[in-house]
Design a protein around this ligand. Structure first.
Ligand code: NDP
Length: 267
């Protein structure tokens, strides 16, 4: 029996227990996956107590991804470059920190939307934690160029510099986005959470694949993509399921069928 959980604050809304229960049923792996509400300033004490109860690992969501990064005794390259951890695996005395968010996005694009990143021009809106987490997995697929545009230009410029060793990157302010089409636009701002769409040049969406990391509702970014002739419009539900599948495989070695789970969640 794998003793697992997701830590967050708030955590009530989390779909992870449902997703992992479906994975367990499919694969025949026995899993006990709980939701744990940890106090904002006490992540490590709660995580330690869970480990002492025999945990095999756990997921971490807002606001604990940085706490989990610091809590881990070892980090994967994904976790190191993301600067954040969403998955912890307990292996003897080792606490291994991984970040599956970016792999989740890339797997959703390739497995469910049939989109290859190789040789594509990718525009990412936002330069926060989610962008930092998806950059290495995206760049490892050899896109032609990854452009990072952010409200605070300096953050986009810094990420572009930090990741330049993994591929062709550039960073600038949202106001510098040109009207020229790109292949893929990824909305990694949290503007959708506030029901907003940044005011950017619209020509870049023409025939583009437009992907919002947010899920659960039609977002202003998705409306904007539709109004500006995007070829494909997607939300981040597939990414959520794929990052969960990647965590599940990291803990148990079993590979779940994500397509069925995405279909179940959508219905
Ligand atoms: P952060 O708080 O780290 O970063 C937020 C980013 O959004 C910053 O770049 C910020 O710009 C920008 N931003 C916020 N409001 C606006 C606005 N009104 N106009 C323009 N830019 C804005 O958040 P995260 O990176 O952690 O998360 C981003 C999104 O990704 C969230 O919607 C989250 O739910 C989603 N997500 C989805 C996942 C999935 O599995 N589908 C996984 C992880 C995240 P500035 O730097 O100027 O403040």
């Amino acid at each position: 029996m794998y003793k697992l959980a997701v830590f967050g604050n708030p955590i009530e809304h989390s779909l992870s227990p449902d997703i992992h229960a479906q994975f367990a049923q499919q694969t025949g792996v026995e899993v006990d996956y709980q939701k744990i509400l940890a106090p904002v300033n006490d992540f490590s004490q709660f995580a330690t107590a869970f480990i002492h109860k025999g945990a095999s690992g756990f997921n971490v969501t807002v606001p604990f991804k940085l706490d989990a990064f610091n809590f881990a005794t070892e980090l994967t390259l994904n976790a190191k470059t993301a600067g954040a951890v969403n998955t912890i695996k307990i292996q003897g005395s080792k606490i291994i920190g991984e970040n599956t968010d970016g792999i989740g996005l890339v797997n959703d694009l390739t497995n469910h939307l049939n989109i290859e990143l190789e040789n594509k021009v990718v525009l990412i809106l936002g330069a926060g934690g989610a962008t930092q987490g998806i950059l290495l997995p995206i760049l490892s697929k050899n896109p032609k160029r990854v452009m990072i545009a952010n409200r605070t230009a300096s953050k986009a410029e810094k990420l572009a510099r930090d990741f330049a060793k993994y591929g062709k990157t550039c960073g600038f302010g949202l106001d510098k986005i040109k009207d020229d089409p790109v292949d893929i636009i990824i909305n990694a701002t949290s503007a959708s959470l506030a029901g907003k769409m940044p005011d950017i040049a619209s020509g870049c969406a023409n025939h583009a694949i437009c992907y919002d990391l947010m899920y659960g509702q039609q977002t202003p970014f998705m409306d904007w993509a539709k109004a500006n002739n995007a070829a494909v419009i997607a939300d981040g539900l597939g990414m959520l399921v794929e990052q969960a599948a990647s965590s599940f495989e990291f803990w148990t070695g079993a590979k779940p069928d994500t397509r069925t789970v995405i279909k179940n969640l959508r219905s």
